[in-house]
Design a protein around this ligand. Structure first.
Ligand code: SAM
Length: 179
């Protein structure tokens, strides 16, 4: 088992919803979800000085902040992805998602000349798939730091990923990383 620690962590957890709008639109029709307690309990291999980028939908904003704190990060700000098309929702129909940003220890923001708007618009495609724009943006900010993507569905150059089946099986909640 590797003891590698990561300065940059990008995570898109399989959130379980409290309210299910209709059976044929359940997230579980696409992939298994995890209870908030289990996501909080994951032992994330972050360095002492690190940054976390964590996707959270609007109904699960409190859960997103809870996970961020449980993983040892302090909330700093968030970016918004406008999906162009609206989806489902109970009160309002979701058209954007939040990328929460948190840090632990001392971690610098990106150089000023590389800073961008907190708003990004790109039409959604496959269920829950996030635009490559965000992963690429983060990598451009932190080219030399060790980077881990959690709950990835594909591998990307410059990023380690988690072995997703093993996270589910690992009773200690320790995240197993594939280099
Ligand atoms: C929100 S999706 C990630 C989407 C990805 N960011 C993308 O852009 O394509 C969450 C992923 O976590 C996976 N997953 C579900 N339960 C898991 C578990 N216990 N351990 C690890 N991965 C899990 C799901 O199969 C799903 O692929």
């Amino acid at each position: 088992m590797s003891d590698k620690r990561y300065q940059v962590i990008y995570a898109d957890p399989p959130w379980r919803y409290r309210v299910v709008i209709s059976k044929n639109r359940r997230v579980e029709n696409h992939y298994p979800t995890m209870a908030i307690e289990d996501i909080c309990a994951l032992k994330v291999p972050s360095a002492d000085n690190a940054i976390l980028f964590l996707w959270s939908t609007c109904p699960l904003l409190p859960e997103g902040l809870r996970v961020m704190k449980a993983w040892g990060f302090e909330y700093q700000t968030c970016a918004v992805w406008d999906k162009v098309l609206m989806g489902i929702g109970y009160w309002v129909r979701g058209q954007f998602e939040n990328l929460l940003v948190g840090t632990r220890g001392h971690f610098p923001p990106p150089p000023e000349e590389l800073s961008v708007s907190s708003y990004y618009r790109e039409k959604r495609t496959k269920h829950s798939k996030k635009p490559a724009y965000f992963r690429n943006l983060i990598a451009s900010w932190y080219p030399d730091e060790a980077k881990l993507e959690m709950f990835a569905r594909e591998t990307s150059p410059g990023w380690d990923v988690c072995e997703t089946r093993l996270i589910a099986r690992c009773k200690s909640g320790r995240v197993i990383v594939v280099h």
